[in-house]
Design a protein around this ligand. Sequence first.
Ligand code: IVH
Length: 660
Amino acid sequence: MVKAEAKERILKLRKLIDKYRYDYHVLNKLEISEAAFDSLKHELKKLEDEFPELITSDSPTQRVAGKPLKEFKKIRHSFPMLSLEDVFSEKEFSEWAVRIKKLSPGADFEFYSELKFDGLALSLVYENGGLQYAATRGDGNIGEDVTQNVRTMESVPLSIAEKRRVEVRGEAIITNKNFEAINKEQKKKGLKEYANSRNLAAGSLRQLDPKIIASRKLDFFAYDILGPDFENHSEEHKTLAKLGFKIGGANELICKNLEEVFKHHKKIANTREKIPYTIDGLVVSVNSNKLFQRLGVVGKTPRGAIAYKFAARESSTVVENIIVQVGRTGALTPVAILRPVQIGGVTVSRATLHNEDEIKRLGLKIGDSVIVGRAGDVIPDIIKVLPELRTGGEKNFHMPRICPVCGKPVKKMLEGGVGVYCLNQKCPARHREWMYHFVSRKAFNIDGLGPKILNAFLDFGLIQDIPDIFELKEGDIAPLERFGEKSAENLVKSINNAKKITLARFIYGLGILHIGEETAIDLAEHYRSLEKIESADFDELNNIPNIGEVVAKSLYDWFRDEHNKNLIKKLLRYVEIENPKKRASGKFTGKTFVLTGELESMSRDEAKARIRELGGDSSETVSKNTDYVVAGANPGSKFARAQKLGVKIMDEKEFLKMIK
Ligand code: IVH
């Protein structure tokens, strides 16, 4: 970015950040997530790092947190209470490591990795083994004397077995359980609820009446001890534990290299939900205190430690373009091409926009800054447009009237609906997408035959349509680039294996509009033969449980189309369909399950199969008809919906017990 552009962006970012700051801290209501808010601040910081001459004293990056309140006595810290620079990805972390290694060549870089508690920093000073005073961080140099309040906190020892003067630094937090209980109480009293446990901890410590704080049950975790000399940071933690302070315990680790830090970070990020209080990342420091000293301080942050935050689940970025994809059913889908960002630990560069109405609803233009998240923690989606950051160069998007691939006119389908379709059955884009679907894992599951290889086969004219695949011989494939005799042989083997297929997979593989995996299973189990499905009339299809009018019509029409009839005829020359036996009834008969989040002991497909074996059904959407929601790690929006509808939610352990 050139300086003029950076300047314009910086000014707009500052204004927007300030608006959100006011919403958050003054009005106590933030309309975007904290992660998205942080990502805006992060972008501003990066731009200011790149163009330091553009930094002004009123920038949000220069803000000094928490001026001491008048009511409390002020205390000057013996050493400034510093803050930490944030990084969000392995890349940014590595850049930090490279930077400090350059500053101290040849030094032994061992790291200490600990939890970053999301609370309020406190400094506790002990003399002669007794707690003398406790102070908040304040502006880093001068804090507030909150000794009276801190004395009510049970996890703060009032006396310790160390006679020398020591200063213990750590974080005051409120556990999730206490936070919920306090908010419940607030609600009952008709009082405002707290936005998060950090605000509550901070608010509680600033209460002038120590009785209030005692009722809030604050916790304290220690992370630093100043005074006596220690060689390593890890020894400080050992000593703190010995003196009776709570520390991160089993969640802390000495790491020999970056890989070990990354592994630890991943492990904690994945088990984060199980930790009973809020953490927002790891603090990673060089373990050697000598090295830490030598690396020094820049501004208010030490070079030798860094906050390695968890990947934001939401982030801001820019929509660089909107393209239109043609799917296997002919559906035209607008897709946002994003400036790549890290969300939830992966780089995201595209987000589906579903349809034109969604673009209107968002008010999105090409070139807009947006907030992107991952729906259910998986699929990238645009949550919000930030019109405040517009430059004037943004462009409106219009859905094309002709198919962007075959050029034939497109049509709006489903009365009053929003779907736009290319109806040309021979549209090359539709046909290719349909072929990808046919060979995919949940359909014919032809191992080794993904979109790339299918493209190569099509481009070389080896095949024109799906049935041609079943005629391929090793000698046809082997000459292709990146193939050899062995891999050609393997591919032919997996094509042959796919010739035997269950009825449900066969139906799903046909790629009929609205027929997903679950519907295909329902159809297969209901009819138990392809001929019966082919000949079923509309009313009959419409009467099958779980099948509605739209699906029934789609099915009925599909099997009446000459082109499709021909396809089935050709396929049956190669393929042998296994019809399902009548489903045994079991303890789940009549029960519908929805799975969300990652299971540890099995894949989702395995879990679904087990539910079916026991007579149950599984579905992708939570509704009144759902009997159980099984929630694994990092559950998505289905979890919240289940809570709202009062559907029974169970964790993996409970589920395993049930399917035993
Ligand atoms: S070490 C040099 N360790 O994060 C700063 N800080 O942005 C020394 N925090 O103000 C901080 N958990 O309140 C350290 N395990 C931990 C921490 C931690 C939370 C907070 C602390 C500090 C802020 C740094």
